[in-house]
Design a protein around this ligand. Sequence first.
Ligand SMILES: Cc1ncc(COP(=O)(O)O)c(C=O)c1O
Length: 399
Amino acid sequence: MSSNQSENVPEFMKHFGTNAIHAGHGPDQWNCKAVMPPIFTATTFKQHAPGDPEGGYDYTRGGNPTRTSLQTCLAKLENAKYAYVYSSGMAATSTVATAVLRSGSRILAMNDLYGGTNRYFRRVIDSFNVTVDFVDASNLEKVKNALTPQTSLVWLESPTNPTLTLVDIAAIVQIAKSYPSNPVVVVDNTFMSSYFQQPLSLGADVSMQSLTKYMNGHTDVLMGALVTNRQDLADKFEFIQMSVGAVPSPYDCYLTIRGLKTLHIRMREHQRNALAVAEYLKSHKEVELVLYPGLPSHPQHELAKRQCYGFSGMVSFRMKGNAETTKKFLKHLKVFTLAESLGGCGSLIEVPSIMTHKSVPEEQRNELGITDTLMRLSIGLEETEDIIEDLATALKNAI
Ligand SMILES: Cc1ncc(COP(=O)(O)O)c(C=O)c1O
């Protein structure tokens, strides 16, 4: 584990890279001694006698050996007992909702969330008589005041998407767990990946991730995961995986296994490039605001150092000028691609108010500062100088 504040790194994190490469599969598992896990394309498996599947698998919706290899690795990376994968991050989110919520339940959710999660909470599960209380969870008093006897789920994202606000996960867990309704606390860990943040170590019940992003890391797989130590939740997650069937294909499981093998190296490089970009933008006279938890000027830099093992590769910023200036800037970029998503090798840029967060009501967006001039960067693995040169050229041409 190499990070910028490694003193408090737990023992298992010191073996992160080794586990990412080896956990969940090994040559001795397969008769032919393959060093990479086979992609088991079979949808069904021979049974020794009725109801007695010899190899432990009966039908791929319920279980598949390639998927098991991936799930075992994901659990190991968060020092957890259980991990389950789904066909997208949103499928993982909806699995939590199905497992935890009942008619009349309330969700206490961070007010700044991925737009798709916000949309799901406001426009899908509301029809099941579930209410969402959006709260600025970076303020612990507000969290305390928003809990109700009906609150059965606390949904956090840290850092948030796109304003990179942190919430004090351990403190919120403490508040939630001492409240009589004892809500399930879930942290969406997508922006940090398992390498830079360990929600279960901070007391959360579930670490959720869109594996589509850093964990797979190559912009070619859609997948989500739920990781937990709670057997009651694990049983439900497994049951819903099989019963609803929002499962990823064995091909995608294989690609994610492959992606995980370089996660620790990629994350260090994403972070190195992101810090260079954040510092560059901060020093530019045409830039009004830079949001990156790794900058000492970030209001929660100390919390980031305490809570995370690094700062990841996401930077948000706002240029001086208006929506037209922003559009002009975007037109001149060559290394960055204007596209949604994040966490891949190639640098991406987007305008959340018009793209990923369009479905968030305008009033909520304005409150959070998600204006038409706020841009979100997913800093890739290109050469640092090329990334900065690209931003410099576009800034010059936009003014
Ligand atoms: C923070 C966060 N959570 C969840 C999701 C949803 O994941 P997916 O697109 O894999 O469904 C996204 C997607 O962008 C995200 O950024």
